[in-house]
Design a protein around this ligand. Structure first.
Ligand code: FES
Length: 162
C-alpha cells in the first residue's frame, strides 16, 4: 500500500504563520531600504561646516565718535575712529588667542592672559605677543554702513576715510 505523499492541507494556523513571516520579511526590507537611503543621502551631501559670514556690518559712522575704540565681542573686532579715519582690528591676541580688552584709562588694548599690550592702532607695546593686532579690511557699503571683513587683513595705517 502506498503512502499519500501529497502536501497536507494548509491549516489556518500555518497561513497566519506564513503571513507573519512574509510581513516580517517585507518590514526588514523596508528598514534596510530606509537605512540605505539615509546613508546614501549623507554620502552624497557635501561634508562642509556652515560658518557665519566673516563680513560684519558695524553700522553708521556717526555711531563712533572721534578717538573712540569700540569692541564688538561677538565678532571679536575693534572699530577705532581716529582723526585719520576708521580702522578695524582683530581683537584676538596674537600670542595664544585670548580676547583682548580696551583699557580707556590707560589708552591701550591689553590681553588678560599673559600681559601683552597694544596701541589702539594694534602695534605691540609690551608682552609676549609676537605680532601686532592685524588690521582688517574695512569699507563703506552703498547704504553708508561700515563693513568689516574679518577674513581679510590689510597693511596697517590704511585708514577708511569718510
Ligand atoms: S594670549 Fe595674549 S599675551 Fe598670551
Amino acid at each position: 500500500m502506498s503512502e499519500n505523499k501529497s502536501t497536507p492541507p494548509i491549516t489556518e494556523q500555518e497561513i497566519s504563520r506564513r503571513a507573519f513571516f512574509n510581513k516580517l520579511g517585507m518590514g526588514s526590507l523596508g528598514v534596510a531600504a530606509v537605512g540605505t537611503l539615509g546613508f546614501t543621502y549623507r554620502f552624497l551631501s557635501p561634508n562642509v561646516l556652515y560658518e557665519a559670514s566673516p563680513i560684519v556690518n558695524a553700522g553708521k559712522p556717526e555711531g563712533y565718535p572721534i578717538d573712540s575704540v569700540t569692541l564688538d565681542v561677538n565678532s571679536a573686532i575693534y572699530l577705532v575712529h581716529l582723526e585719520e579715519g576708521f580702522l578695524s582690528l582683530n581683537a584676538i591676541c596674537t600670542h595664544l588667542g585670548c580676547m583682548t580688552a580696551w583699557k580707556p584709562e590707560l589708552g591701550i588694548i591689553a590681553c588678560p592672559c599673559h600681559g601683552s599690550k597694544f596701541s589702539r592702532e594694534g602695534q605691540k607695546l609690551a608682552g609676549p605677543a609676537p605680532k601686532p593686532l592685524p588690521w582688517l579690511k574695512t569699507w563703506l557699503s552703498d547704504d553708508g554702513d561700515i563693513m568689516v571683513d574679518r577674513s581679510t587683513t590689510i597693511r596697517p595705517f590704511e585708514f577708511l576715510r569718510i
